[in-house]
Design a protein around this ligand. Sequence first.
Ligand code: ACO
Length: 330
Amino acid sequence: MVSPSTVILGTGAYVPTRVLTNDELSTRLDTTDEWIRTRTGIVERHIASPEEATSDLALNAARVALADAKLSPADIDLLIVATITPDQQIPATACIVQHKLGLATTTTCLDINAACSGFIYAMELASAMISTGRYRHALIIGAEKLSSIVDWQDRTTCVLFGDGAGAAVLGRADGKGTGILGTKLGAFGENADLLQIPRGGSRAPLTEETIGAREHFLKMKGKEIFKIAVRAMDEAARDILEQHGVTADQVACVIPHQANLRIIEAIAQYLELPSERFYVNLDRYGNTSAASIPIALDEARRLGRIKPGDITLLVAFGAGLTYGSALIRW
Ligand code: ACO
């Protein structure tokens, strides 16, 4: 096993206070708690208030992560926000978070759009940048206000998503063997149209007509994605394990992207791991895209599901279609 060059110094998470249950959804839509629960595992999700934007959720998670790392804003020189729901198209949400958090004007600030795999993409970028020796501490955040882009009239998508944010502070490893062992990233761009917002970009700007046709909301071909997601997550998990000479049974805790319990169960089966090894919180939050992995990671740490010496596997899949996996030794 290689000696990691980057380590996770702290994590944090934040979800808005408002809880939207399946039962409440079924009073407004042609759906039922039973359908949502059995097809997805989701029971409720948190929804941001109209005053809260993605940067506000990100800020709260970032503060917790900084406190956990025992660092101050002045220590951060790299900020990456992974999101598909930026506050605005311009500027980058990272610049808004930078200002709200009081980070130095010398901080490198950028957003990345890799949907549900965004946090693992951010982790790879930050690790690589810290490894150059030019950055000391990176704050990486996965934050989403998906309630602002789902079509609340479309029962096939709106029941799946929720809002929230998770963050981690990364720094240089101390040579004792703990830290990020590696990441594996990729994408199937040929399937990009399976999960998209058709209008509102440079190819097809918004018009009154397209807004009337609700084409500025998220559209998803769930069934097709399901199959690709299971295969891609299984392969990404196997590849990273093999690359680092780790067997699946050496992984103490798997943090999978929280999209659908059936996807997680299928991966557990393929990897021949007991499902208890997988940290699951989608029943409470639904799919929070880029926030899903860091919220789960933070919860798993705080609940003692991750202990010193443990190996954790992160694995995700999302719009793009992107995928990613990471191995961490604590
Ligand atoms: N309530 C009641 N019935 C519903 C609902 C609902 N909320 N939604 C769909 N149905 C109906 C459908 O209309 C369909 O009815 P029909 O048979 O009469 O046509 C039936 O239920 C079955 O629908 P399917 O789409 O076949 O249901 P499926 O079992 O495939 O589950 C789901 C759908 C949950 C979306 C699943 O396919 C899935 O989880 N896909 C993967 C999603 C994913 O991982 N996305 C990537 C990450 S997201 C990101 O990156 C932002």
